[in-house]
Design a protein around this ligand. Sequence first.
Ligand SMILES: Cc1cc2nc3c(=O)[nH]c(=O)nc-3n(C[C@H](O)[C@H](O)[C@H](O)COP(=O)(O)O)c2cc1C
Length: 201
Amino acid sequence: MSDRSGIFSGDDPFAIARAWLTEAEASEVNDPNAMALATVDADGLPNVRMVLLKEIEDAAFVFYTNYESVKAAEIEGAGKAAFVLHWKSLRRQIRVRGTVSREEGPQADAYYASRSLKSRLGAWASQQSQPLSSRAALVAEVAKVTAREGMNPKRPPFWGGYRIVPSEIEFWADGAFRLHDRFRWVRQEPDENWRIQRLNP
Ligand SMILES: Cc1cc2nc3c(=O)[nH]c(=O)nc-3n(C[C@H](O)[C@H](O)[C@H](O)COP(=O)(O)O)c2cc1C
């Protein structure tokens, strides 16, 4: 029982997210898949930074990063994360909260292999989130890993994906006079049916 229609309609929130992202690809100036990823540290202090959403699967969202970064430590400490996608051009947002696990198998290998050689070598060279003495030191590190890993580097063991399995997804769209439309989809486990509620703006 819900009055969902138009851009909010359908029984699969991942299909809605895919459709919204496709629209955003046509209207955003750049990085339509950029999302603000929120984590908490061991003291419960929130942290947030942008990452790129790379896959919308049947029941999860996947992004890629360095497993020795600050975000990785916070994700692995809490086992949970949240993110928001916001498109100014569409005046819409999608909010997601859920549990997180690594994607470090063939799927991560395939995504790594799809990146430009410079990006693949950059992943080897960057000790993400660690202090860096100078830009020159990073450039020297890229030269070092290029000599070592060659022109067809394999995926670094410290670099791969994270898969966010949502327990909550909210779709928000701007409405006239700040009477925005919001629909929250909630489920405890991936094999459960979603409960969908319209929320006050
Ligand atoms: C638009 C945008 C997209 C980004 N995408 C990624 C990404 O996909 N993966 C990543 O590790 N960092 C990405 N970054 C860099 C992160 O925001 C961040 O600086 C870095 O991952 C270190 O974060 P941490 O110290 O909290 O781990 C992106 C930054 C911007 C502005």
